[in-house]
Design a protein around this ligand. Structure first.
Ligand code: PLP
Length: 382
């Protein structure tokens, strides 16, 4: 059975060119970048070439890019370093952040190290700016704000300029989780008022277990992993050269194809929204995922007009039919699929209906959407 893969916010298929470059690197460039001989120098050159390319694309200096194992490490590094190295005790975040941000913050609260305020989130998934202003004005001390650029469940996009400027006006550093946007949007951290941002290669057709962290050079933030002096002492550990090379190629291809891919995916999303509403009247799009202004073009989070009983087996049924997507409703039974995002954004009653996240890449087609709609309609009828 051919799979219909609509779960690109979870991970994307690796570009064949990426596999080729990684394969060649693993076979031929096995040197340790810290070694001073030819094999080491060759590996080091590949790592630095990736850093230079990424920094250039992001509008920053190569020394402001640190390679990490992915989004989770990047987010954890910023939160923990802000406390331990910068001495920040007041953090502001939101209830719909990724767990890679929420869990380290909660852990720091439990240990009595920090005060954490969560900004109110509007039904669209956007932060309430007045509430953010109120929290930022509540003290003069140095603060850290962490608000994600694109929400991985409902796709809401925040205005990095407006939020970042607000933070800077109130003595707050601004961290944003850009895992769902880097590789899909053209971001220039040389211009945007962002101090820290994280990326994960497997969200833009690269390998898993590699990503990068942008640290604005004047912030004074350093890493949490101690050991060797790799990454200028910011992140100890032998560099994962084949993964870095794979991420480099994936990022190059994503940047090159971004405009054309975005057009194609936007068209798919429009089609998906229209087809779902036509075939299953009463479908509601969670957060802002039904529009393009406040939501990413890659994600649709749909609440389907089905009762609780139907909701329970829907994800299972789609899986049996070869459809890969994420279930996001708070009370769908099964494998721990409770979504803290939908629990926050929706009422208990609304969460009785099944919510599904469909997330697209340039590999998807309208024919696949037609198949999905047929499968959903069949399931709703029977
Ligand atoms: C918004 C967001 N942040 C962080 C992560 C974690 O990234 P990684 O899988 O690279 O650790 C993810 C992955 O799902 C994500 O969507």
């Amino acid at each position: 059975m051919d799979l219909i893969y609509f779960d690109n916010a979870a991970t994307t298929p690796i570009y064949p060119e990426v596999i080729e470059t990684m394969h060649a690197t693993m076979q031929e460039d096995f040197g340790n970048p810290s070694s001073v001989h030819a094999a080491g120098r060759s590996a080091k050159a590949m790592v630095e070439s990736a850093r230079k390319y990424i920094a250039n694309q992001m509008g920053v200096l190569p020394k402001e890019i640190i390679f990490t194992s992915g989004g989770t490490e990047g987010d954890n590094t910023v939160m923990q370093s802000a406390l331990h190295q910068l001495g920040i005790r007041h953090f502001i975040s939101s209830p719909i952040e990724h767990h890679a941000v929420i869990h380290p913050l909660e852990n720091m609260v439990q240990q009595g190290h920090i005060k954490l305020d969560l900004v109110n989130i509007l039904p669209s998934g956007l932060p309430d700016k007045d509430d953010l202003k109120r929290l930022l004005s509540s003290s003069d001390e140095k603060k850290m704000v962490s608000l994600m650029h694109v929400n991985n469940e409902v796709g809401t996009i925040i205005d990095l300029n407006a939020i970042g400027n607000l933070c800077h006006e109130h003595n707050a550093l601004f961290h944003t989780d850009t895992v769902q946007s880097i590789g899909h949007f053209d971001l220039d951290f040389g211009v945007l008022p962002v101090d820290f941002a994280v990326a994960s290669a497997h969200k833009f057709h690269g390998p898993k277990g590699i990503g990068f962290l942008y640290i604005q050079k004047d912030t004074g933030l350093s890493g949490i992993l101690l050991g060797g002096s790799q990454e200028r002492g910011m992140r100890a550990g032998t560099e994962s050269v084949h993964n870095i090379v794979g991420m480099h190629t994936a990022f190059q291809l994503s940047c090159k194809r971004m405009q054309a891919d975005a057009l194609h995916i936007k068209d798919l999303k429009s089609y998906c929204l229209a087809q779902l509403q036509a075939a299953l009247p009463g479908t509601i799009f969670n957060g802002a995922s039904g529009d393009f202004e406040n939501s990413t073009y890659t994600i649709v989070n749909a609440r389907l007009p089905m009762d609780e009983k139907k909701a329970q087996l829907l994800a299972f049924y789609l899986d049996l039919q070869g459809v890969c997507c994420s279930k996001g409703s708070a009370c769908q039974s099964g494998s721990g699929g409770e979504s803290h995002v939908l629990q926050y954004l929706l009422t208990a009653e609304q969460n009785k209906a099944p919510s599904l996240r469909f997330s697209f890449s340039a590999h998807n087609t309208k024919t696949e959407i037609d198949k999905l709609i047929d499968i959903l309609v069949d399931y709703a009828k029977n």
